[in-house]
Design a protein around this ligand. Structure first.
Ligand code: ADP
Ligand code: LRH
Length: 492
């Protein structure tokens, strides 16, 4: 007896993918049916997601599944956090959603926190201060007197919106809702006071539904267009990091994870948000997860810096793939120059090699010159920042971790995994690569009663996919480097 396959769409900031999953004899098998680019589009001063192209690729994934002879029993979508579309009269999407790296939020977090106080915002949401949080994006629209707000009747986050395109139903999913900094976990709903503070009507926000809720079926026009059945659609942890952490193949209750893609998200899972002065001071977040869990974590700028470096060189005629970049870094001399990846200068798109040079000048270091030196500087700095944030996670949670679980596309970079182990002085357990898509599949199976809970899912994932073990090496050199890194980056 075989259960039908099910379909997971995982949309990352750098690419999207559709994975078919099958659960047979407590083992998961996956097949990637579609992978597609996710290229934001700059128009004038604005940066948008190409939301209709993403929807086109979601439909294309369905078509490819059908051509492969598969009839998925269900599907779900997860994506990056914080971004949203506004829906107007007649159910029309108003405008193209903004990209969280658009500059319209520049200065808005500072103005909003000065007015409301950080304590009020963190105390009510438990979410870290990031300049692109939904609360500041909405406040920016309000400050600009955006016509979108005047027309808006509903607020949908990116997966809510794509799910709505598929089904015609509007639901606000919990894990992603928490990333807005407008959801109050203590009240268990949208925070009407914070919404009032920024002048946004509560009526835009619907009831929040948990991951693993049936959320409609493909709408008739789509069935007709693609010649397929009325596939049921579920909510999952629609925040990709929530799905990734649900798939961490940990057997121990207290574990540390690093979801390693465009962003590096590091932290631990907790049963209840840690909303304390220390959490606020260290700027940790409490994002909602599967089965009532929360992710106590911190954003680290991640491989975004490498992606933009690669794009800068490509525009100058030097096209290098990630494996080639990693090979060049390996040949460059070790532990020379460091950056703080989380310096605000690295947030927006642009010429990262030039910014790295500027950072080094500012901190009295010789700037890396060759491509290999530059990539080495980025990867080593990330590894050192991982150590810093892992130490903060231990301090804040009171837990001690025997090693670090890494998941996501970044673990295909074996050098980064090894250097992370070296920097933290503990083993790194790397796998699976497609963490978010697997967490997405697992929550669909939990909703359908095929898997009991995330702990059983983690066990099944552990038995279905390889985990690579990286033991720490070169302890003394990395210890010395960490001291220099801390001094240069002024991290206390
Ligand atoms: P996101 O979901 O945020 O778009 P992914 O989890 O897909 O990101 O990870 C993308 C990152 O993975 C890239 O920025 C790159 O650094 C890394 N990566 C992808 N493929 C490889 C590879 N073959 N070798 C080394 N690194 C890779
Ligand atoms: C990772 C991610 C992260 C958010 C960022 C906007 O893809 O969802 O958790 O902080 O994108």
């Amino acid at each position: 007896f075989h259960l039908p396959s099910i379909l997971a769409y995982d949309l990352g900031a750098s690419s999207g993918r559709a994975l078919l999953g099958r659960l047979t004899d407590r083992r998961i098998e996956v097949e990637e049916v579609h992978r597609f680019g996710n290229d934001p589009v700059a128009v004038g001063d604005r940066l948008h997601w190409d939301i209709l192209r993403l929807f086109h690729d979601i439909k294309h994934g369905l078509l490819k599944a059908k051509l492969a002879g598969e009839t998925p029993g269900s599907l779900a979508i997860d994506s990056w956090a914080v971004d949203f579309g506004l829906i107007g009269r007649g159910g029309e999407l108003l405008g193209n959603p903004y990209h969280y790296r658009d500059r319209h939020t520049d200065g808005v977090m500072e103005r909003t926190t000065a007015r409301l106080t950080p304590g009020r915002i963190f105390g009510r949401s438990g979410i870290q201060f990031l300049p692109f949080n939904t609360i500041y994006q909405l406040a920016a629209l309000k400050e600009a007197d955006s016509p979108l707000l005047a027309q808006a009747e509903r607020f949908l986050m990116i997966p809510d919106l794509l799910r709505y395109f598929l089904t015609g139903e509007m639901h606000n999913e919990f894990s992603n809702a928490t990333t807005t900094q407008l959801y109050n976990p203590l009240l268990g709903g949208w925070d009407a006071e914070l919404l009032g503070d920024i002048g946004i009507p509560s009526s835009l926000f619907g009831t929040v539904v948990q991951p693993g809720t049936p959320a409609g079926r493909l709408r008739p026009s789509l069935k007709e267009e693609l010649g397929i059945g009325a596939i049921p659609v579920y909510t999952v942890a629609e925040h990709d990091t929530g799905s990734a952490v649900a798939a961490v193949p940990a057997l121990e209750r207290d574990f540390a994870y690093l979801s390693c893609g465009t962003w590096s998200l590091m932290g631990t899972e907790v049963d209840w948000p840690v909303i304390t002065d220390l959490a606020q001071e260290l700027n940790f977040t409490n994002e909602g997860g599967v089965g009532g869990t929360y992710r106590l974590l911190k954003n680290i700028m991640g491989l975004w810096i490498l992606q933009e470096t690669r794009r800068t060189w490509e525009k100058a005629g030097l096209t290098l793939g990630f494996p080639e970049l990693v090979a060049l870094a390996e040949q460059a001399p070790p532990l020379r120059a460091f950056i703080d990846p989380d310096d605000a200068m690295f947030l927006h798109a642009g010429d990262m090699p030039a910014r790295i040079a500027r950072y080094c000048e500012r901190t009295g270091q010789r700037a890396p010159g060759t491509p290999g030196e530059i990539v080495r500087c980025i990867l080593e700095s990330l590894a050192l920042k991982y150590r810093y944030v892992l130490e903060l996670t231990e301090r804040l949670s009171g837990k001690r971790f025997g090693g670090l679980h890494m998941v996501g596309g970044g673990i295909q970079n074996a050098l980064l995994c090894q250097w992370s182990a070296n920097a933290i002085g503990k083993p790194v357990w790397a796998g699976p690569v497609e963490g978010s898509a697997l967490g997405n599949l697992a929550v669909q199976w939990i909703a359908q009663g095929e898997i009991a809970d995330i702990w059983e899912a983690r066990k099944i994932i552990r038995e279905s996919f390889p985990v690579t073990n990286y033991e720490p090496r070169d302890g003394a050199q990395w210890e010395e480097a960490y001291g220099r890194f801390r001094a240069l980056t002024r991290l206390s």
